[in-house]
Ligand binder design. Structure first.
Ligand code: HEC
Length: 156
């Protein structure tokens, strides 16, 4: 038997593995959203006040009746405090939602209409992470623990 008969299969597998690594590398990981990083949280607090508070509230309480779609089919802005569900999402998902918004077909079905802007063109990655680090820093210990756990489980 030709001892090289298995090699084309191996080289194809190797190529697939290398291609997979290249794809994985071309997508930069979301920056760390560390709510214990005081400089990051301070930056996020300023950015939250100027970019997010008008919809999500200076006190993070969101807009009234945030669970009810308006007549135009859009949702009011949800709270970011413990009464909302921001803390039910892992870091990378939160980062993507703020960077891409809800109308790219990634975080909601294609054609979904949302008031949530995409901040990718307005804030850099560290600034986006900062707004989320600030939001996280306001959560009680229970929400912090839960969100840290699901982020770890999601590999963030
Ligand atoms: C013009 C209003 C508006 C502004 C400004 C705004 N948002 Fe939103 N945001 C929304 C709405 C509305 C939703 C609900 C998304 C939907 O389903 O349409 C949302 C959803 C979110 C979510 C997902 C929450 C969840 O529980 O799923 C996050 C995270 C978020 N916003 C963060 C931010 C941050 C951070 C900023 C500032 C950088 C910001 N938003 C600015 C309106 C706004």
């Amino acid at each position: 038997m030709d001892r090289h008969s298995g090699s084309p299969r191996w080289s194809r597998a190797a190529l697939v593995a290398v291609a997979g690594m290249l794809v994985a590398c071309s997508e930069p990981p979301a920056p760390s959203i560390d709510a214990d990083d005081r400089a990051l949280v301070a930056l996020g607090k300023r950015l939250y006040a100027s970019h997010c508070a008008r919809c999500h509230g200076a006190d993070l309480a969101g807009q009234p009746n945030w669970r009810q779609r308006r007549a135009d089919g859009r949702l009011p802005a949800p709270p970011h405090d413990a009464s909302g569900h921001t803390w039910h999402h892992p870091d990378a998902m939160l980062f993507g939602m703020v960077k891409e918004g809800f109308m790219t077909g990634v975080h909601a079905p294609a054609g979904y209409l949302s008031d949530m802007p995409a901040y990718g063109g307005l804030l850099d990655d560290r600034e986006i992470a900062a707004t989320l680090a600030y939001i996280k820093s306001t959560w009680p210990a229970e929400q912090r623990r839960h969100q840290a756990k699901i982020s770890r489980q999601a590999g963030n």
